[in-house]
Each structure stands twice: as structure tokens, then as C-alpha cells.
Design a protein around this ligand. Sequence first.
Ligand code: CA2
Length: 152
Amino acid sequence: MTRAVFILNGPNLNLLGVREPDIYGRMTLADIERACRRRASALGFGVEFRQSNSEGELIGWVQEARTAAVGIIINAAALTHTSVALLDALLAVGVPVYEVHISNIFRREPFRHHSYISAAATAVICGCGAFGYELALEALAEALARSAQHSG
Ligand code: CA2
């Protein structure tokens, strides 16, 4: 059976590669999806790669992941800094959560320094550019292999 990873992207990430390349690089979200699919297939994962500008839709996908995914990789974009509702959904999901940010949020405006969702994350990767998504896939694969070893 394919082990599915949900890779969820929040508001405005559909604009990647089109504006603000100095902060977010030149890769589009479609480029990132391609890189994730390549890396995931090498690791034996299937990928559900999704983007939404709606907080409610993202929360629905997190709830869906509870039964449909072995892990979540999420770049919640601006909702990172505002959404207790998304935090609550992630706390309830029961699968490992990897929080990714393309930019180093700690080198930016003070309001970006706090993440509500980090409290639900196994790990946070930020400042590695789009490569952070692939690092999160590697980290998830490693953690799942380790936990399978310990339970087997
Ligand atoms: O660094 C990241 O990945 C962020 O999650 C990106 C969010 C930002 O609010 C977070 O603080 C850090 C912004 C995503 C919007 O991306 C755009 C890309 C191009 C043009 C405009 C927005």
C-alpha cells in the first residue's frame, strides 16, 4: 500500500516564483511539487500536494490526513502566525507534522517570529528555501523507519 504524505500549502503560496524572488526564490509551487514528487517516490511515499487560500479548507485537509496519511508537511504561510484553529487541527491529527518555511522567518519582521503551529510540529525547517520541503520528506522517512524498527 502506498504511504501517502500530505504536503499542504497556505495562502498566497500559489504566487511563488512570480513575485518576491529575493525572499522566496524563483521556483514556482509547481516546481516545488515536481521536486517533492521525485524525492517522495525515491523514499517510497505517495504525495497529496495541495494549496489553498482558505483556512477552513486547510483545516479540512488536516482532518482528512488523520486516516489518509502517514505524515503532514505544511507550509501554512501567514496562517502560521495567526491560526489557533489550524494549531488545534494539527494537535488532533495523530500523524507526524513537519512545518516548513522557505524563508528564515527569524530574520524577518518580528510578527513572523512566532508560529502557533510549531507547538504541534515534530520539527520545523526554515530558511533552506524550497529545498526545505525535500528535507522534511527525508526527516519524515527517517522518523518512520526508526519507529517501525522500535515497534518490530
Ligand atoms: O517563508 C515561508 O515559507 C513563509 O511561510 C511564506 C509566507 C509568510 O507569510 C511566512 O511568514 C513565511 C508567505 C507566502 C506568500 O508567498 C508569496 C510568494 C510570492 C509573492 C507573494 C507572496
